[in-house]
Design a protein around this ligand. Structure first.
Ligand SMILES: Cc1cc2nc3c(=O)[nH]c(=O)nc-3n(C[C@H](O)[C@H](O)[C@H](O)COP(=O)(O)O)c2cc1C
Length: 331
């Protein structure tokens, strides 16, 4: 998932029980490979196998080159993106837009499968639009080309992320081919995971947004599937250490400045469902607004002597021994 499944998050998900985690998509266009973003997306240092890299593009020869390039950089599985609904992926009509051109799909999967010796997988939606669902045709094209596994997000491109997931179509795809099929879309709880597996008969489940802020969902699902019993959610102490470890890894990966900026969304996801998170965010917004208004009036904070004149109580507080502050906080 672009902007989400960076290396630190993939490693965390794997530690939490995910059997497989695919990289953010890498553009097939070699002009984009030199950017910092692409370099980070092809950095797999320390990553636990299998290292799977998703490539996106529309030109078969470029996609083949991109597959080779990523295998040379450690990819053990290449995944082709035909699932992204964005109008343009990396400046080309790629992603799920390709589903409307079955001949081009065949040329792309064929070129990539022949370019590398590692398994090549494919991620699709159920078709371009509800009146033109062609997932079964695409699945057969993929199988004939030697695609090793197929992940199906059970919505058409036109449906974006709206409306029910078509597990009927996913089931029909599974029945139509012999290669492993993964079901994807709106799976959030261990019970849903069990039901989708049972209904569709697929070989694996792919979890996206439900892992955001809840990476332990993978072990919860695995435990439920194995035992039929719900695993207790992590203790607050464990969640705290998981989140702090994730942040440390994240800051090391991105560097301080970018790391802090990119970590915000993870912190939002981690805290979104917790009591107090709303108050916390309202407080943050208030502080943000306060300083934005202040910046209109002055460029710098007051000097110590000016602060003393402006705010007697604050100055008095500062004069108190630090232990007093600690006691007040503890009270
Ligand atoms: C922020 C975001 C980024 C995504 N990026 C990609 C991507 O790069 N490649 C891809 O195949 N799917 C991408 N997806 C789609 C997801 O892989 C998944 O198919 C979709 O979110 C439905 O699954 P879910 O309901 O479990 O999230 C993205 C989804 C989101 C929300």
């Amino acid at each position: 998932m672009a902007g989400v499944t960076d290396r630190p998050f993939r490693m965390l998900c794997k530690r939490m029980g995910a059997g497989y985690a695919v990289s953010e998509m890498v553009a097939a266009n070699p002009k984009l490979w030199g950017t910092d973003k692409s370099r980070r997306r092809t950095d797999h240092a320390g990553e636990v196998a299998p290292i799977a890299v998703q490539i996106a593009g529309a030109d078969p020869a470029m996609m083949a080159d991109a597959a080779r390039y990523n295998v040379d950089r450690g990819a053990q599985i290449i995944d082709i993106n035909m699932g992204c609904p964005a109008k343009k992926v990396c400046n080309a009509a790629a992603g799920s837009a390709l589903l409307a051109d079955e001949a081009l799909v065949a040329r792309i999967v064929d070129a990539v499968v022949h370019a590398v010796t590692v398994p090549v997988t494919l991620k699709i939606r159920t078709g371009p639009a509800p009146h033109s669902r062609n997932a079964i045709t695409i699945a057969r094209i993929a199988q004939d080309a030697g695609i090793a596994a197929l992940a199906v997000h059970g919505r058409t491109r036109a449906c974006l992320f709206v409306g029910p997931v078509e597990f009927d179509t996913v089931r029909a795809v599974k029945r139509a081919v012999r290669i492993p099929v993964f079901a994807n879309g709106d799976i959030v709880t261990p019970r849903q995971a069990r039901d989708v597996l049972a209904y569709t008969g697929v070989d694996a489940l792919m979890i996206g947004r439900a892992a955001q802020g809840r990476p332990w969902i993978f072990r919860e699902i695995a435990h439920y599937l194995e035992t039929g019993r719900a695993l207790a959610p992590p203790s607050v102490a464990e969640a705290r250490s998981v989140i702090l470890e994730h942040l440390d890894d994240h800051y090391t990966f991105y560097g301080e400045e970018l790391g802090v900026r990119i970590a915000r969304k993870h912190l939002h996801w981690y805290s979104a469902s917790l009591p107090g998170a709303l108050a916390l965010r309202a407080q943050r917004r208030a502080v943000d607004g306060f300083f934005a208004r202040l910046a209109l009036e002055s460029e710098r904070l007051p000097r110590a002597d000016e602060a003393l004149r402006n705010d007697r109580p604050a100055a008095t507080r500062a004069a108190r021994p630090p232990a007093f502050e600690l006691e007040a906080l503890a009270a």
